[in-house]
Design a protein around this ligand. Structure first.
Ligand SMILES: N[C@H](CCC[C@H](N)C(=O)O)C(=O)O
Length: 275
């Protein structure tokens, strides 16, 4: 087995396990793997477990690396953490509670229902780097709240949101020269004190149907703006996650599902190795 494909509310990742597949994650190889026409197809790659992985030592976080479909490496992915948690319970017999480690740090995970794929992740604290700041992008005057939840996000509350607007404003904000690291972008419509709807443009992957870290960032931003309470249902085109914020600590709960596992054809494997 060379890869397992998972999806979390329509945000899809390939788990590539270094213990099974000697895959070198060059940007070109990740791009080819994620290409929906010339490769397997995904929004990103979860490479792991890297290093120690022992279900008898759950106090040791299991390390993984996360790549976007454009080949860039990112610090964190909320959906990716849920998918990788399921991978460890399904393929390494991990128990319900353990911890994962990415560039952004350690995240406790809880597989609440392995059959339905319900996973809870401690996403840490949101760091607000700009609150309700005037921002001009795509020829529009916007109000943007920037949030770091381990990776960077720019949250834009609007009265009306749509996939088209996310595809238009996403790159204009996310690749703005004032944000040299780039940013994930969320357009947010507040539905009430306990629910928001978001459209997402991901740094390194473009428009996606769902994003866990985006949901956390959007909920934290509108909570700081006083528009929602501590528990928020975040509705995305691919489905909803629940965000709870207690003492500034964010907990995300949502589903993820395995889709398929497979082998690379020898010629495709050779192309990956040649990247
Ligand atoms: N799909 C991911 C977001 C990946 C973040 C990535 N696009 C970045 O460059 O930070 C999630 O569920 O959180």
């Amino acid at each position: 087995m060379d890869f397992v494909k998972y999806q979390a509310l329509g945000n899809d990742y390939l788990v590539v396990d270094p213990r099974l597949t000697g895959f070198e994650p060059t940007p070109e190889a990740v791009r080819l793997l994620c290409d929906r026409h010339f490769g397997v197809g995904a929004d990103g790659v979860l490479l792991g477990p890297i290093g120690p992985c022992d279900p008898g030592a759950v106090q040791d976080p299991v390390r993984l690396r996360i790549f976007n479909s454009d080949g860039s490496e990112c610090e964190k992915s909320g959906n990716g953490l849920r998918m990788f948690a399921l991978y460890l319970t399904e393929h390494y017999r991990y128990p319900a509670r353990f911890a994962l480690r990415t560039i952004a740090g350690t995240a406790p995970v809880g597989v609440l229902d392995p059959i339905a794929g319900v996973v809870e992740v401690g996403m840490g604290k949101a760091r607000l780097t700009a609150v309700d700041e005037a921002f001009t992008a795509g020829g529009r005057e916007l109000r943007v709240t920037r949030v770091d939840v381990g990776n960077p996000h720019a949250v834009v509350p609007l009265a009306e949101i749509s996939p088209e607007l996310a595809r238009e404003l996403g790159p204009a904000i996310g690749r703005h020269p004032s944000l040299p690291e780039g940013s994930n972008v969320q357009l947010v419509r507040v539905l009430g004190r306990g629910a928001i709807e978001i459209e997402i443009w991901e740094r390194g992957a473009g428009y996606t149907l769902a994003s866990g870290s985006s949901g956390c960032a959007a909920a934290a931003a509108v909570r700081t703006l006083g528009l929602v309470g501590d528990t928020v249902e975040v509705r995305m085109p691919g489905g909803a996650i629940e965000i709870r914020i207690e003492d500034d600590e964010i907990t995300m709960t949502g589903t993820a599902r395995p889709v398929a596992s497979g082998r690379f054809a020898p010629a495709f494997r050779a192309a990956l190795d040649g990247c």
